[in-house]
Design a binder for this molecule. Structure first.
Ligand code: SAM
Length: 271
């Protein structure tokens, strides 16, 4: 009999958010694979669990994963946890999970807290779908048009970068686009505030407002005409190689969207 790999969600601040099932799985697992064993031992100790812990983090996921796979093959049950929230959501774990699937091992999620889902559920944006982009790298910040979609977009951000990211969103999407800032979810200084992007820098300037952990939920953009959306995509590619007028002319020829409309967009993008 091979063992089971459990993907166990843990609290994002409030220890009372551990589900009874997650505690039971952590108690009965042969090995608890932790992003940081010291962090997870605090949670385990809170529940009186004295489990065998093994570190599995971004820098050792392959090697540690090999050892855990061997243990699973030999029949041990492994519970995977990250520092907070759901493993493999902007956290390590996906490589191990993929390898377990390749080997035909049983993979079972034990759902629970995730900062992205918590923030989105409290955003109040009514939509059939949303996009999760995790942390915006510098590369992604240079291509914010990819986030100009007609559904909400959920981002993680670090406290020392939140103001800079909000400023970039304001510059790109304009003052009227809505934003939800979810800060310190489930903790003592928790705040969830919905506002126009224009008001976000002022909100963040308040006392201690840039402390703690953040999820940003950008409100949905306008639904674009399909031809315009495609023309903007083509335009974006051409602008990497051509001046605005040439790029607008060619993308107009390719997609049929008026050149004038595309030129106006191109000028804004190269500004
Ligand atoms: N896997 C985790 C999850 O499911 O929530 C996310 C891990 S990611 C490395 C950590 C980021 O999640 C933080 O930098 C912050 O953006 C967000 N986050 C985690 N806990 C939070 C909280 N209590 N309030 C707001 N954001 C939080």
């Amino acid at each position: 009999m091979t063992g089971t790999l459990y993907i166990v969600a843990t609290p994002i601040g409030n220890l009372a958010d551990s589900s009874p099932r997650s505690v039971e799985i952590l108690r009965s697992a042969d090995i608890v694979a932790c992003e940081d064993t010291r962090t997870s031992r605090t949670l385990l100790a809170h529940h009186g669990i004295n489990a065998r812990t093994v570190a599995l983090h971004a820098h050792n996921e392959r090697e540690a994963g090999e050892k855990l796979l061997r243990a699973l093959r030999e029949g041990s049950n492994v519970a995977l946890v990250s520092d907070a929230g759901t493993p493999a959501i902007s956290d390590p774990g996906a490589l191990l999970v993929a390898a377990a699937h390749r080997e035909g091992l049983r993979v079972i999620p034990v759902p629970g807290p995730s900062a992205a889902i918590a923030a989105y559920s409290a955003s109040g944006f009514a939509a059939d779908s949303f996009q999760f982009v995790g942390f915006l790298s510098n590369r992604k910040k240079n291509s914010l048009e990819e986030l100009d979609v007609p559904w909400p977009v959920v981002l993680y951000e670090a406290p020392h970068r939140v103001l800079e990211t909000v400023a970039a969103l304001l510059e790109h999407f304009g003052p009227e686009r809505e934003l939800v800032i979810a800060r310190e979810l489930t903790k003592k200084f928790e705040e969830v505030a919905r506002m126009r992007l224009a008001d976000a820098p002022g909100w963040l300037a308040g006392a201690h407002r840039q402390d703690g952990e953040f999820v940003l939920v950008l409100g949905p953009g306008e639904q674009k005409r399909p031809a315009l959306a495609e023309a903007e995509r083509v335009l974006g590619i051409l602008l990497e190689h051509l001046p605005a007028s040439e790029a607008a002319k060619l993308s107009s020829k390719i997609t049929g969207v008026p050149k004038k409309e595309l030129y106006a967009i191109a000028v804004k993008r190269v500004k």
